[in-house]
Design a protein around this ligand. Structure first.
Ligand code: EPZ
Length: 426
């Protein structure tokens, strides 16, 4: 099995450039279905989730040329299917992002019910409720969602019970050709939503309010293909800033808008991290021992759940006790159990993790529980005493392009290795 081995104690500093946001690129790819023709996406991250979304689009009849590592030329003129296969949705639940585009283009869709994943049930009831308000009929049989629009998609006002990123995106895409205007209230405000709305407007849609809780979509005719640059990945950026914050730095991260990490950077400064913001990046460094601060995850602009494990790694070494509250996913503390193997002192009580800072961590064999927890175990390994071996690294490679190479560029003694399965972590 493949593992990442990292030897702690080496100074970490230098420059790293982040790629396009995974959580935007996947939806932008799905949205190309809505503009028959050739759309070019630049700054697309070369990660396995993008490869899976490419397979989904090809299964629907699209063709995709990878022009260079980060440019996709997607021709959706011959898309003539509206059913996404279970095996691909099971591999990546984000493929449910084709639901809105297929409804917009064909007025129908068959999407496999996404399984849960290890951070939570990942239901899509809010997607379904919102789309039903737009006139979509759903039948769920044999694990598949059959969506039809007997009277077309009719604009309506929808208030989301929770500011769900995926539900906001599917509603926004499904209503682009609706009869009349759709208003989404309590919409998610993540920068990736804004990036998607920007591309749809470039294609000829009429969407206003993206980035605010109130998004208005005026139904229009056919969209036309465009060329669009994917917004920089704020979570990848935040992850590398933590490398500087935890292991000394300074680490200078470019390729993203630091305003997309507003509260994160404020929390890092409260922990005693040195932060210098620029237009297209940010630098982070640690002067002394980090301070314990409470954190609670919330939809944007709240502290992002995708940066929760990274903060837990930092706070595990801070000078006091603090509480991390996870309000977005119901099971996103698995990282705590793994970093505890390295000596962290964390007690889980429901949605709260009580973190008591320790003087130091020790390298150990640990298992990546999910994408962000896995990356955070490698970050913890940068400062642990001895060697840390992280297994299940397929999680990390779903969302971090050239993660080991980028860390090596910062001076980390880190390498990817294949070890015989009988030696692997149980
Ligand atoms: C997106 O997931 C991201 N994934 C997640 O990133 C991110 O953590 C999440 O947004 C929150 O920011 C992609 O964009 C591909 P939600 P999504 O709908 O859209 C519940 C990463 O590490 N919910 O905002 O699935 C849901 O179960 C990944 O890059 C319902 O109950 O997030 C969850 O508890 C992890 N019913 C909460 O809302 C619904 O119909 C947030 O989900 C929809 C969601």
């Amino acid at each position: 099995m493949d593992v990442i081995k990292v030897e702690g104690g080496h100074p970490i500093s230098g420059e790293v450039h982040v790629g396009g946001a995974k959580n935007s690129a996947l939806k932008l790819m799905a949205a190309t279905i809505m503009a028959p023709g050739v759309t070019t996406l630049t700054n697309v991250p070369n990660i396995s989730d993008v490869h899976v979304m490419g397979k989904v689009l090809k299964r629907l009849g699209a063709t995709i040329d990878v022009v260079d590592e980060h440019t996709l030329v997607i021709d959706t003129s011959s898309v003539d299917k509206w059913e996404t296969p279970y095996e691909l949705v099971a591999k990546m639940r984000a493929s449910t992002a084709v639901l809105g585009p297929l409804l917009a283009r064909f007025g129908r869709a068959v999407v496999a019910m996404p399984g849960g994943c290890n951070i939570g049930a990942r239901k899509i009831d809010l997607h379904i409720l919102g789309l039903e308000a737009l006139g979509v009929d759903f039948q769920v049989t044999h694990g598949n969602i059959h969506a039809t629009t007997p009277n077309g998609i009719i604009g309506n006002s929808v208030t989301l019970e929770f500011a769900s990123v995926g539900a906001t995106e599917n509603l926004m895409m499904a209503s682009v050709h609706a009869k009349g205007t759709t208003v989404i209230d309590n919409a998610a405000r993540e920068p990736e939503i804004v990036d998607l709305a920007n591309m749809l407007n470039e294609m000829g849609a009429k969407i206003s309010g993206a980035g605010t809780p109130l998004i208005e979509i005026e139904g229009v005719g056919e969209l036309h293909p465009v060329k669009h640059h994917v917004v920089g990945d704020r979570i990848e950026a935040g992850t590398f800033l933590v490398a500087g914050a935890i292991a000394g730095g300074p680490v200078h991260v470019t390729g993203f808008d630091p305003n997309h990490l507003g509260l994160v950077l404020k929390k890092f400064e409260a922990m005693g991290v040195g932060i210098e913001r620029e237009e297209d990046g940010c630098t982070a460094w640690r002067e002394g021992r980090l301070h314990s601060v409470d954190i609670q995850t919330l939809p944007f602009p709240g502290y992002p759940t995708d940066m929760q494990a990274q903060a837990m790694a930092m706070l595990s070494l801070a000078d006091g006790q603090c509480i991390i509250t996870e309000n977005v996913f119901e099971n996103r503390f698995m990282f705590a159990g793994e970093i505890a193997r390295m000596g962290a002192d964390i007690r889980i009580e429901g949605h709260h993790a009580i973190v008591r800072g320790v003087e130091g961590l020790s390298g150990a064999q640990v298992k990546s529980p999910e994408l962000r927890g896995g990356a955070s175990l490698v970050l913890a390994g940068l400062v642990a005493d001895g060697e840390t071996t992280v297994s299940n690294i397929f999680h990390i490679e779903r969302g971090y392009e050239h993660f080991v190479h980028k860390l090596e560029g910062l001076g980390a003694h880190v390498r990817r290795e294949t070890i015989p399965d009988d030696e692997s972590v149980e």
